[in-house]
Design a protein around this ligand. Structure first.
Ligand code: C2E
Ligand code: MG
Ligand code: MG
Length: 684
């Protein structure tokens, strides 16, 4: 190789050129690092500022320095082979090396280029360095992220699959397990091949959106089983390619959990039957559907009779066991298409959908009654509870679920009232009556406290001369909206509710105070009060009367009580004892509505009775009405022979009066002498 003979430029004799300043301008404008080294000594003859700064110098201080001084001994040694090559064979070299700087490591792309003079002699070495750190870092980051992704894919419990245009390029182990295929079997296959056929159109639509999204779908396992999954689709760059990454989440456990929660929300935990809420929902659905299909159905409302007794005597554990057993029997008796629910407590309902004949429904009700009434062994004891069943039909009885249940419930209530252990059909008339009765019941309960009762007094006169000798107190209810209500409209209800006892006590007190006022006004007029059998049977009734008299300061002789024949028959001994005590107080006793009952004349003789009131039905139309005339006469004669007084009730006409006077009936009462009126039955 030719070596130049003229001495090379040195630090003290820098590169001289007319273009030196231009060269420097250019050199400092390019983003590269540049230097020129003398080929013999390998000392720096030129460096642009980027080169000089990179190695801790400036453009001046770097001049004349050896390579070793500039880039360090280690680096210089490392590139020694390249320099040897350059010197001996004028060969250029290109290599990369890492440079540690205060700002961290940098990656340099170095080119070593021989510079030959025009005579072909090696003149120097030109060094061109490009800082490729950003590129290297990006590559590193990519590699690291790929590594991370691989690690993540391996560690993930969820299935992950990569695909490019629907062709699988990678899949992790969980995904392989989820579908039952190895990676080798999956690669290159279409993703759609593994999606349940019914889900394919949706998946294709989702893929077409080319968006990041998630949706529920289903896979088909190698064994053919369907696996519900959620797809979470993400776009991903991998190895320079744009792929779709799909996270495949197995939904089997989540769906089972969801189903379990759903089940809990819709079922009664004790019996596992539907709960009220769920039943009502399904019933409503069913009824909505049935109208269009012209179907019908029957609803059975089942309530256990006296279930509370089991709970109270054997405890809740036994009670629960009983309910569970009965729930099972109920289900066993019904078809699988029937709906059974527990409404809470001891109430069950069953829906029998379909067009059933009433006789078929009756058969089912009968079967249920029999099955439920079978004894259940509780704590070693056979316990039997009977059900009461109410039945309502749709669409005949109700147009919506709430009404249907309400009507079946009303019918069940009716079954209870009619002796339990039986079934009753819903009766629309009954339900109207029941509603009215219910309303009346509520109002009646409050009537005493609200002072809505009032007494009217009807005169009783001596037949011979029409002189006022007594009066009967008759109750009326000043109803807030219905006006004055007659006793026939509410006494029976008051008895049913046992409200008649406090009401009767109020009547006694009110009548006694009235009689007392009249007495104080100079008019001694006995007042007659009607009793209910419940009052008479109330222990301590005589004490109540005594108390009433004492409170009013009324002598017993000014009070009379009216009882009916029926009351005498119910519990003769107790009633006799009570009547005897009333007698002892001076209170008179009359038998009301005489002739309508079946009292034996013999018994009448034994009883402490002062008066007999002939029922007004036997007075009507006498004497023309021959039958009534005969009965009236017989009663008047009987009373006389027994030494009892007689009062004829309901005397309305002069003819009736005349006939009764002719019979020798001593006392008369009726519209002819005065209707019941508020206030004293005489003019003060
Ligand atoms: P009752 O004890 O037989 O009373 C006589 C009924 O006949 C009264 O009806 C009276 O208004 C009616 N009456 C009186 N004169 C005539 C007449 O000339 N013609 C006709 N057609 N009717 C006449 P009211 O007041 O509606 O009472 C009906 C029933 O209610 C009473 O029959 C009695 O059994 C019962 N009752 C009335 N007040 C009370 C009470 O305070 N307690 C109880 N437990 N029952 C009462
Ligand atoms: Mg009466
Ligand atoms: Mg009467």
């Amino acid at each position: 190789m030719n070596q130049r003979t003229t001495p090379p430029p040195t630090a003290t004799q820098p590169l001289v050129s007319e273009h030196a300043s231009l060269l420097r301008l250019v050199a400092n404008s390019v983003p590269a690092l540049m230097a020129f080294y003398d080929s013999d000594t390998f000392r720096c003859l030129f460096a642009n500022s980027a080169y000089a700064r990179t190695f801790g110098f400036n453009e001046q201080t770097i001049l004349g320095r050896s390579l070793e001084e500039i880039i360090g001994a280690e680096a210089a040694q490392a590139i020694e082979p390249h320099i040897t090559e350059l010197r001996q064979h004028h060969r250029s070299a290109r290599y990369e090396r890492q440079l540690d700087t205060a700002q961290g490591p940098r990656w340099l792309d170095v080119q070593l280029l021989p510079h030959l003079a025009s005579d072909g002699v090696l003149d120097g070495a030109f060094v061109l360095i490009n800082d490729i750190t950003p590129r290297r870092e990006a590559e590193l980051a990519l590699r690291q992220s790929e590594e991370r992704l691989s690690k993540f894919m391996d560690a993930s419990v969820e299935g992950i699959v990569f695909h490019e245009n629907g062709i699988i390029t990678d899949a992790n182990l969980p995904l392989q397990r989820l579908v039952g295929y190895s990676l080798a079997e999956l690669l290159g296959r279409k993703t759609l091949d593994f999606i349940a056929p019914d889900q394919v159109p949706r998946a294709m639509a989702m893929v077409a959106q080319r968006a990041e999204l998630s949706y529920e779908s289903a896979l088909v396992h190698r064994d053919g089983s369907r696996i519900p999954v959620e797809f979470i689709v993400r776009m991903a760059e991998r190895g320079g390619q744009s792929l779709r990454m799909v996270i495949v989440r197995d939904l089997r456990a989540a769906l089972a959990q969801r189903a379990h929660i759903q089940h809990l929300a819709h079922h009664d935990p004790l019996t596992n039957l539907l709960n009220r809420h769920a039943f009502m929902e399904r019933l409503a659905e069913h009824m909505a559907g049935s109208r269009s299909r012209e179907q019908q159905g029957a609803l059975l409302f089942i309530d256990l009779d006296h279930f509370k007794r089991v709970n109270d005597s054997l405890g809740h554990v036994a009670g629960d066991l009983l309910l569970q057993t009965l729930a099972q029997r109920l289900t066993a008796q019904l078809r699988s298409s029937d709906l059974v629910a527990r409404f809470g407590g001891d109430e069950f309902v069953a829906l029998l959908p379909g067009a059933l004949q009433p006789s078929q429904v009756e058969d089912v009700a009968g079967k249920l009654l029999a099955a439920l009434a079978e004894p259940v062994l509780l704590e070693g004891r056979p316990i039997s509870v009977t059900p009461s069943v109410g039945i309502a039909l749709y669409p005949q009885h109700a147009g919506n679920a709430a009404d249907l249940v309400k009507h079946a419930d009303a019918a069940m209530y009716q079954a209870k009232r009619q002796g339990r252990a039986t079934h009753r059909w819903y009766d629309p008339l009954f339900s109207q009556r029941a509603l009215a009765a219910l309303e009346l019941e509520t109002q009646l309960t409050q009537a005493i406290a609200r002072g809505e009762f009032v007494l009217h007094y009807q005169p009783q006169v001596r037949a011979a001369d029409g002189v006022l000798v007594g009066c009967e107190a008759l109750i009326r209810w000043r109803h807030p909206t219905r006006g004055l209500v007659e006793p026939d409209r509410f006494i029976a209800l008051a008895e049913e509710l046992r409200l008649i006892v406090p009401i009767g006590t109020w009547v006694l007190g009110e009548a006694a105070h009235a009689a007392k006022r009249w007495q104080q006004a100079g008019r001694e007029l006995p007042v007659s009060v009607n009793l209910s059998s419940l009052q008479l049977r109330e222990p301590g009734f005589a004490d109540t009367v005594q108390q009433v008299l004492a409170d009013a300061g009324l002598p017993g002789r000014l009070l009379e009580v009216e009882i009916t024949e029926r009351m005498l028959m119910d519990d003769a001994d107790a009633v006799c004892a009570t009547l005897a005590r009333l007698h002892a107080l001076g209170v008179r006793v009359a038998i009301d509505d005489f002739g309508t009952g079946y009292s034996s004349l013999g018994a009448l003789n034994q009883l402490p009775i002062d008066r007999i009131k002939i029922d007004r039905s036997f007075i009507r139309g006498v004497p023309q009405h021959a039958g009534n005339a005969a009965i009236a006469r017989a009663i008047v004669m009987l009373a006389a022979s027994l030494g009892r007084e007689v009062v004829a009730e309901g005397v309305e006409t002069e003819a009736e009066r005349e006939y009764l006077v002719g019979l020798g009936c001593p006392l008369l009462q009726g519209l002819l002498f005065g209707a019941p009126t508020e206030g004293a039955p005489f003019r003060a």
